[in-house]
Design a protein around this ligand. Structure first.
Ligand SMILES: CC(C)(COP(=O)(O)OP(=O)(O)OC[C@H]1O[C@@H](n2cnc3c(N)ncnc32)[C@H](O)[C@@H]1OP(=O)(O)O)[C@@H](O)C(=O)NCCC(=O)NCCS
Length: 148
C-alpha cells in the first residue's frame, strides 16, 4: 500500500535513510520541511499485517510537481521486490507528466541500474554536485518510455 507520509512514520524513514544514504542522509528537520513542501507527493510504501492493525514502512519517495525526484529509498531487507518500482511509478503516472528526472551519484550503480530498468536515460552530468562526486542526471519521458 502506498499512502502520503505522516509524522509517526518519521522514525522508520530515518532508519531507511541512514542505511540508504550513509554519506549524506537527510535529517528529521529536512524530512519535515519536505513534508510541508510536498504533502501529497511525499509517499511511503507500507506493509500491513493480516488484520491490517500494524504497519511497517519499507520505502519512501518524494517528488515535486515538475517530476523531479527529490529522494527515493527502500529498506535494505525489502529491495529487489518491486517496492522502488511501484513508488517511482507514482511519479511517472501523474497526469500531464512530461518528464521525470533525478540526480544520481556516479558511484551509485545500483540506482542507475534501477532507473535504467524503469526506462530512464542518462541526459547530463553535474560536476562535484555531491562535493567531491559528480551527479548523473537521469530522465524519463513518456515518449522514451514507449520506445524502450
Ligand atoms: C534504488 C532503490 C530505490 C531500488 O528499490 P528496489 O525496491 O530494490 O527496486 P525494484 O525491486 O523495484 O527494482 C526493479 C528493477 O530495477 C533493477 N535494480 C534495482 N536495484 C538494482 C541493483 N542494486 N542492481 C542492479 N539492478 C537493480 C532490477 O532490474 C530490478 O528488477 P529485478 O529485481 O526483477 O531484477 C533501492 O535499491 C535503494 O533504496 N537504494 C538506496 C537508495 C538509493 O540509491 N536511492 C536512489 C538515489 S537517486
Amino acid at each position: 500500500m502506498i499512502r502520503p507520509f505522516s509524522f509517526p512514520d518519521l522514525d522508520s524513514i530515518l532508519q531507511i535513510e541512514s542505511q540508504s544514504f550513509p554519506k549524506s542522509p537527510y535529517d528529521w528537520t529536512t524530512f519535515l520541511n519536505l513534508h510541508t513542501l510536498y504533502p501529497e507527493t511525499f509517499l511511503v510504501y507500507v506493509n500491513k499485517n493480516r488484520g491490517g492493525t500494524e504497519e511497517e514502512i519499507v520505502g519512501y519517495i518524494i517528488f515535486d510537481q515538475d517530476g523531479h525526484i527529490i529522494s527515493i529509498a527502500v529498506h535494505a531487507r525489502y529491495r529487489r521486490k518491486g517496492v522502488g518500482g511501484k513508488l517511482l511509478q507514482r511519479a511517472m503516472e501523474a497526469p500531464q507528466r512530461n518528464r521525470v528526472w533525478a540526480e544520481v551519484r556516479r558511484s551509485n550503480h545500483g540506482a542507475q541500474a534501477f532507473y535504467s530498468k524503469m526506462g530512464f536515460k542518462i541526459t547530463g552530468l553535474i560536476p562535484n554536485y555531491y562535493g567531491n562526486e559528480d551527479a548523473l542526471i537521469i530522465q524519463w519521458t513518456p515518449a522514451i518510455h514507449k520506445s524502450y
